[in-house]
Design a protein around this ligand. Sequence first.
Ligand code: PEP
Length: 256
Amino acid sequence: MRKYLIAGNWKMNMGPSEAKEMADELAAAWKGKTFNSEALICPPYVSIPFVVKAFRDTAFQTGSQNVHTKDNGAYTGEISTTMLKELTCSYVIVGHSERREYFGETDEVVAAKTHRVLQEELNAIVCVGEKLEQRKDNSYKNVVKKQVAAALEAGDSNDADRFVIAYEPVWAIGTGETATAEQAQEMHEYIRSLITETWGGEASDKVRILYGGSMKPGNAEELLSQKDVDGGLIGGASLKADSFSEILEIAERINK
Ligand code: PEP
């Protein structure tokens, strides 16, 4: 059975003091409660230590929004898996559409980062998803197929437990527009079939496929109830403890 993963991507929001405040709020709200889902927050790098500290003695995990492929050296401004591990991060988001769009990350770069993350025994959340024009001109499945294929080449079926795909239609990110539950399920099922073709059925059954794109308390139940939707990657709604907690509560209630 696949555990839901409810992951917050804070993007370039929440400096150390705000991050500490919100992580403290989450920790207090869930104090003494256990959950079956995995709950994760990915703050900006500088805020990671504060969030880790606030989450100590809770089931919340902390992750990173990005990473470099090298371990150390002359790569100004970059952060390595070793550094993230030292901070006890467990997950790394790779290839978010904003990194692909604004920082020129190609499928090859995303694959190299995914490879590094898996090799270092961290969990990778690899983001894929089509742009609006690709949805409109019906090329969206091919676009996603190429992105998924590149990510799958970065590992093998033994990595299935630590390999997560986030399907995030770019037209739904931060726009308030959400894919319908049917559109999400169609793509998640398609992505799972691609994983089955490459890594086999046993592995693809273990891989979690998250939906991302304006997920909020009002639409989370319908999206999370879909057979192949195994959690959410949440931007805007993860910036408030109440709305993130509400989504986590919904996942706990469904707990399929
Ligand atoms: C994201 O950044 O991954 C995301 C899904 O953002 P939002 O929830 O704000 O659409």
